[in-house]
Design a protein around this ligand. Structure first.
Ligand code: BG6
Length: 491
């Protein structure tokens, strides 16, 4: 699935948290893959930075381990690895004091003609301080970019405070807020599907679409993230960013062109059109859940509280929402979103269910006519299925069947499916912000999310237990069935 390779300008990519988990699992492997395609110019460098002392050689060992663990064996070549390692170096810099900043300055100073990308792959508590120090140490040129991982804040107030601090040093077009869902191949394909085909657009509205469902279920539990997750919960961790971004791409008007601001303007309009959920309707429009002990993929797993090591927590590991978009295109078509940990399996999928035919010309004996459905599978088995009614082949009376035209991307396109970070990192170097969140999008998302949290608190909405390995609390099924619809569990 690898597309045409467009070289990126020479860069210095300075990774704060360079020996951390994200660097190991995602950034080093992504940059290595890009090296193998020939996309990195000869002079591009990767500089790992963190507080602990480490030599360049030790950092190369770390990178080799990361590549051996997270890159398929057949993609690791000794020549490429050697070239990749020659780009690597390491500096010990303390993000919270002046220690090490001079060395960093010396290292990049003579390379001012290059793109300079500071990747903050560490806890958000340090984002603001690092940005300020980058500015104070004169490290920010006009070709400098800063990349921040989520969470950008914990609510509107904290997001604004962080964005204000970043904004004092960097202009908005230098700030790259990562939502890695936007880098996923199939998510980008949503735009191709909608705007490079004439088929769907005339039907893409509430006259023809009955409902849209977005499911992002995970089989993993808390992992090692208790400190962060128990203060976040599924609404902040997944809905505020990934699921709302998916909703925006499904619901937005066609942008005039594939330009960062044109796309983000349209997404922003959708965020502003979301009907409020607050204390008045939160009990009806949202379900919160927390996983209990159960079985996932034939393995017994502990409950959230056991994973957390606490007796009590009201943090949701699952959330389902019914969302109305108050605009001309979507009024009357609900969007149902659900996401959770320790569910039946890992799957991210968007299901667009069209309305039923207005009148059936067929006899009852032909069977029921099921509404057309478009299913976009983001992961795993990336692809698209269009469900249609057809006649069962053969003589005799007409019998109708609901069948899918299936496209599985890995069968349709040869080659490796690049990880989201590969695309996103190269976009940073090119200075293309289309797949990154603009400040006003982040603000608008929090503006809509905050009243849900306040509503939960106000009405005392607690979490429903759900057995690990299921599709979430029974009440989330009841929520959609109340509207005479069902969750699409075709996955
Ligand atoms: C992250 C969340 O943003 O996305 C995690 O913080 C979640 O809790 C992860 O597990 C899911 O990403 P993916 O790409 O595995 O679907």
């Amino acid at each position: 699935m690898t597309g045409k390779i467009i070289p990126v300008p020479p860069f210095d990519c300075i990774v704060f948290g360079g020996a951390g988990d994200l660097a190991e699992r995602k950034l080093i492997p992504a940059l290595y893959h890009r090296q193998c395609t020939g996309q990195l110019s000869e002079s591009s460098r990767i500089i790992g930075v963190s507080r602990s002392p480490m030599s360049d050689i030790e950092y190369c060992d770390f990178a080799v381990q990361a590549i051996k663990t997270h890159v398929n064996k057949e993609d690791v070549s000794a020549t490429q690895l050697r070239q990749f390692l020659s780009r690597l170096s390491y500096l010990s810099v303390d993000a919270t004091s002046n220690v090490g900043w001079d060395k960093l300055k010396q290292k990049v100073e003579n390379e001012s003609a290059k793109v300079r990308a500071f990747y903050l792959a560490l806890g958000p508590a340090l984002f603001g301080d690092i940005a300020v120090r980058l500015g104070a140490n004169g490290l920010v040129t006009s070709d400098t970019r800063i990349i921040v991982e989520k969470p950008v804040g914990n609510n509107l107030r904290t997001a604004q405070a962080l964005n204000d601090r970043l904004g004092k040093v960097f202009s908005e077009n230098q700030i790259f807020r990562i939502d890695h869902y936007l880098g996923k191949e199939t998510v980008q394909n949503l735009m191709a599907l909608r705007f490079a085909n004439v088929l769907y657009e005339p039907l893409w509205n509430s006259d023809h679409i009955d409902n849209v469902q977005i499911t992002v279920s995970e089989s993993v539990g808390l992992e090692d993230r208790a400190g962060y997750y128990d203060h976040a919960g599924a609404l902040r961790d997944m809905v505020q960013n990934h699921l709302l971004q998916l909703l925006c791409l499904v619901a937005m008007e066609p942008p005039a062109m594939l330009d960062a601001n044109a796309v983000r303007d349209e997404k922003l309009k959708i965020l502003h059109s979301l009907a409020p959920i607050n204390a008045g309707n939160v009990g009806k429009c949202t379900i919160r859940g927390q996983y209990l002990a159960g079985t996932v993929a034939d393995k017994s797993v502990k409950s959230y509280l056991e994973d957390l090591g606490k007796e009590k927590s009201n943090t949701e590991t699952f959330v389902a929402l019914k969302i109305d978009i108050a605009n001309w295109r979507w009024a009357g078509t609900p969007f149902y979103l659900r996401t959770g940990k320790r569910m039946t399996k890992r799957v991210s999928e968007i299901t667009v269910t069209f309305k039923s035919v207005p009148h059936s010309i067929f006899d009852k004996s032909a069977g029921e006519i099921t509404a057309n459905r478009l299913v976009i599978r983001l992961q795993p088995n990336e692809g698209v299925s269009q469900w249609l009614m057809i006649k069962d082949p053969g003589p005799g009376t007409t019998r109708l069947q609901h069948v899918s035209l299936d496209m599985n991307f890995s069968n349709a396109f040869a080659g490796r499916n690049p990880d989201a970070y590969e695309r996103l990192l190269m976009d940073v170097m090119r200075g293309d912000q289309t797949l990154f969140m603009r400040r006003d999008e982040v603000d608008a998302a929090w503006q809509w999310i905050d009243p849900i949290h306040q509503g939960w608190e106000k009405i005392g909405q607690t979490v429903d237990g759900y057995k690990a390995g299921t599709w979430g609390p029974l009440r989330s099924i009841a929520m959609i069935e109340r509207d005479s619809r069902t969750w699409n569990n075709s996955v």
